[in-house]
Design a protein around this ligand. Structure first.
Ligand code: NAP
Length: 245
């Protein structure tokens, strides 16, 4: 393992997907050694690692299910113990299971809350312990515009992401004096697998910039929130949405 060039150790959940991959590359370009989490899509995670290496960065795959409390904690602890520190945690893994509330199955309610909100707890709680010990750290979680404005068919997702916003703001207040910053990025519609079935032409009309965002446009903001350039920012929910709300 080569970590000589790396200045910070980062763990990114959902690094096999569109936004996660862009975040991993952006952090690697900033000199981080990046642990790329994935659950099912190993090929996507390998593509992420290859992109990050092409950009001159370094990292490693780190498979686990963010819904598995013990597995997630074990992964966080293994990374932190291996390097003696964990500087950056990105809670990016997420899913949607859209549908009208009246007919929403218990399974679709639960699995969306599990992944998007309980995943935050499962990774952030053990990470914060390490960050508190080292008296520094940055946690950035990927929420959604759906947490800030109503959207038909997304009660489960909106509830999970709004929970993420509120939990992050409270946590930020708890750990600010320990040198740990906790922020949220709330993207609008971003071109990834997740939105392949979304009515893009209709949504574009609602966006002042009249286009869908690119994963890199989210990743650059995340990288900023992990860097010393944002050293006085914590407890914030930063929208990246083409001016939508
Ligand atoms: P994506 O391409 O579908 O990627 C989702 C990622 O989450 C994948 O890497 C997936 O890993 C991972 N994941 C899902 N369940 C997991 C689990 N239980 N354990 C570990 N990893 C898991 O979607 P994306 O657009 O990049 O989304 C990234 C984040 O941005 C999500 O939190 C999403 O809610 C948020 N977001 C997206 C948009 C958008 O328009 N795209 C807008 C607002 C917010 P595997 O495939 O390997 O299982």
């Amino acid at each position: 393992m080569q970590t000589q060039k790396a200045t910070k150790i980062a763990l990114v959940s959902g690094g096999s997907g569109g936004i996660g991959r862009a975040i991993c590359v952006a952090l690697a370009k900033n000199g981080c050694f990046v642990y790329i989490n994935y659950m099912k899509n190993r090929a996507g995670a390998e593509q992420c690692l290859a992109e990050l290496q092409r950009a001159g960065g370094a990292g490693e795959l780190c498979p686990f299910d963010v819904c598995d409390m013990e597995g997630a904690a074990a992964a966080v602890n293994a990374v932190a113990e291996r390097h003696g520190r964990l500087d950056i945690l990105i809670n990016n893994a997420g899913i949607i299971a859209d549908g009208l509330f009246m007919t929403m199955s218990p399974e679709n309610w639960t699995r969306v809350i599990d992944t998007n909100l309980h995943g935050f707890y499962n990774l952030t709680r053990p990470a914060i312990e390490h960050m508190a010990r080292q008296k520094s750290g940055a946690v950035v979680s990927i929420s959604s515009a759906a947490s800030l404005a109503p959207n038909r068919g997304q009660t489960n997702y909106a509830a999970a992401k709004a929970g993420l916003n509120a939990a992050s703001r409270s946590l930020a207040a708890e750990v600010a004096r320990l040198g740990i910053r906790v922020n949220v990025v709330a993207p609008g519609l971003i071109e990834t697998e997740m939105i392949q079935d979304a009515p893009k032409e209709h949504i574009k009309k609602l966006v002042p910039m009249a286009r869908i965002g690119r994963p890199e446009e989210v990743a650059d903001v995340v990288a900023f929130l992990c860097s010393d350039a944002s050293s006085y920012m914590t407890g914030q929910i930063v929208s990246v949405n083409g001016g939508m709300i």
